[in-house]
Design a binder for this molecule. Sequence first.
Ligand SMILES: [Zn+2]
Length: 986
Amino acid sequence: MVSLSRTGKLVSGIMLCLLLTTSLQADESESPPNIVLIISDDQAWTDYGFMGHADIETPNLDKLAAQSLTFTRGYVPTSLCRPSLASIITGLYPIQHHISGNDPAIGGEDRETRIAALNAKIKSLDTLPKLLATKGYVSFQSGKWWEGSFADGGFTHGMTHGDRKRGGRHGDEGLKIGRQGLQPVYDFIEDAGEKPFFVWYAPFLPHTPHNPPKRLLEKYTAEGRPESLAKYYAMCEWFDETCGQLVDHIDSKGLGENTIVIYVTDNGWIQRTQESNVPKDWNKPFAPRSKQSPSEGGVRTPIMVRWPETIEPVMDQETLVSSIDLAPTILQAAGIEVPKAMTGLDLMSVARGEALNREALCGEIFAHDIADIDDPSKSLLYRWCVVGDEKLIKCFDGQTGRNGGIHKHMQGDKSTQLFDLKVDPHETKNLFEERREKAISLESSLTKFFMRLPDPWVDDESKKFTQQDRLRGSITPERAWWDLKHYQLSVQVDPEARTIKGSNIIRFEVLEEGSTMQIDLQEPLEITKVEHESGELSFTRNGNVYLIEIGKPIAKGTSDQIQVFYEGTPVVSKNPPWSGGFSWQKDNKGKHFIATSCQGIGASIWWPCKDHGYDEPDAGMQINVTVPEDLTAVSNGRLTKTDHDVDGKTKTFQWTVTQPINNYGVNVNIGNYVNFKDKYDGEFGTLDLDYWVLAHQRETAEKHFKEAPRTIEAFEHWFGKYPFYEDSYKLVVVPYLGMEHQSSVTYGNGFKNGYRGRDLSATGVGLKFDFIIVHESGHEWFGNNVSMKDTADMWIHESFTNYSENLFVEYHFTKQEAEDYVIGCRRNVRNESPIIGVYGVNNSGSGDMYYKGGNMIHMMRHIVNDDEKWRSILRGLNKAFWHQTVTTQQVEDYLSEQAGFDFSKVFDQYLRGTDIPVLKYSINGKTLKYRLEKAVDGLKIPARAAINGQTISLELSGDAASFEFADEIEMFELDRNFYVETQLEE
Ligand SMILES: [Zn+2]
């Protein structure tokens, strides 16, 4: 065991008084600081010259310590490398990031799956390189790295590939750094050019194999010193040399001043020698009370922060700091907001002379083998905390995996221990009984600490998403290179077996040379074969995503096609249309009545496609549906052919869509349908109206569906031309409520007015029209004509379509009733989460996109305050984005531009936040004083109000304002069309 002593001058963190003129945070104008993170591997906190070791020489780290804000009382929360490194890169405790040990427990057929799932965790977590990238940083990984490839952790550059087939586990190629020089790091810094950079230098040093250079081994070889110890000492100095080379390189390049160099060790190490007093069955090369233990030899490390010219070098021997603090310290120095799951403290505040506000410094240690990768607590062995000079260690009963032997010795009788580190730094004397009251208070601090830690997997919306969500919801490289031209979907439906089988011919044009295509098809359906030209293509499956290898890259500009064959038992929709899949129903005559629906979950729940909103088949789609001969299949577009296979007792219905169509708009309905037709003579010629109902419904439907041309008339007035004259307009009866399937609106509202006979606005107006016919037809303009690129922007579909309901009322009834309706619908608004969802993960926002979104648009009309202009904006929107997929930004910009009013803050308020602004006002004689609360910065609403029955104009904003009226104010009322709450202040 090595000697321990406190050296250097004693400085209290609070007493540091630094004459610093610069702020400790990069301001916007200057380049943020570079970050170099040096991480030692398996080295005790005592084993440095500057920490007072009698024999080990570390001149380079001694120099760094002298130039740094150096904390001699630093800790890592856990004394095992993988979880410790994961904590450094995420700023989270192991119980938060779930990477609690080095490997999943051995055995079991699913171990490879568990390894992959563990490695995938990092992709869902915020990491330093990911967050730094938001400020333009490039980042380089070298040395130890357990979490798959460097890119999986968010590094832009790096050495570790992580491929297990090529020896990937904890660093592979990256482990060459240090032992074989530092050239890759130098090259990266060179290539970074003007960009701020982040270097992860975690060489496998002084970690085993202890194979120091001969010159260093000779230096430390001494009489009476075991060879294993001499080797370890030499390793420490070898590591020190590489640190010196790295820091010198930075300084020699003139980068020192704008580079923060941070030093920490991943965990401790006490070299075991022949002389070590270890239990008989101790089978580790390290001695007890070091690695994997909660003792100081396991969890303590010096921590250094060097930022020349900005922070003063200080040897701080009092302040307790943790590697958990590094991520928030780095982020704040870079001017990046710290995610709320990171609870570490900004160490720069010590440099500012402030005390760190920390009740107890805590850590936790789990078994090397992870029993359950989603529940770290099953492997929890120790928790510990330090308060002042006292340290408490508490044992837990987690599963120990292969390391049961060592933990049996370290845990002993599992009693809780208290040590006084000042007088007993080796933790030899348990003071629990002696200082019982203090011990219990520390124990309670420890329990509270871990109870209060935020769970990033639950608390943060964006963390709920999986790799599958990202593959589904983003424009992946395997999607981006090809542009969809046409689908030819052929599917045979077997109602008795409830199975489907078919193929999709996908025609596309090559935008950028590529050879791997992503095609989506959700489980349990399976792609059985993919054909291209004359041959079959190979493919691999990752959940709901198939990667199809075309072999040699296809050149840019080429038009090409593949045919994807698939089959299986599709998912049954539990609650159509809100949950996707097939509905296998029977009609009142006992005949099959079948329908698909897939909004949200996606079309790939029943057919293989490029399942993302941004790309629609420009030339439309052909849908061939084969069903038993006594049934009829109805799909989108026009019925262009029917084939009867007399022997096979099947009929095939060919439906043709000539216009672009979004995936979720494609549907197949199968039943004992009868058909009747009508025509609508609209502003733009004759539109074919095509109705498909069950035989017994025909008479009712012929009357009730007169609502359809009335709806189209109203919407052509407000929004312009019906977008799909070529493909006709259809209403198709289905065994669920209804859905906006393009040119094939499905209907299940029971031939009644209202929403299933109810009025959503509670004003009576909602019973004046059939909600499903009006709402779902409104989607032909907003949803099918103007379509969202990303599901997060679903408000473009639903807010405008909700708004269209009141325009229908206004067109056929009165303006007054239209207002009653839209305003009455505010009762359904919940304001719990924003309307815009999370981008790139197929996530739609709050259901408030209906009523709140509709009311926002209604208010915008009143801000424009010119009905004809407003109508031309709505019509212009459908023209400007005719048959296009768009983003929220495009729609926002268009509306602001056309209106001549900057709506950006209105959108921020109502789409991106959850507060409805509140107009606080007071009346004093002739004076009205008013201001908005709960408003986003910069929100201005030019509103109207009535004073004593007379209309006045007011600009509402967060600024206090007043209005002088001619007479005493007796009555004040804000125009109800403005979606603002009001509150009289006494
Ligand atoms: Zn809708």
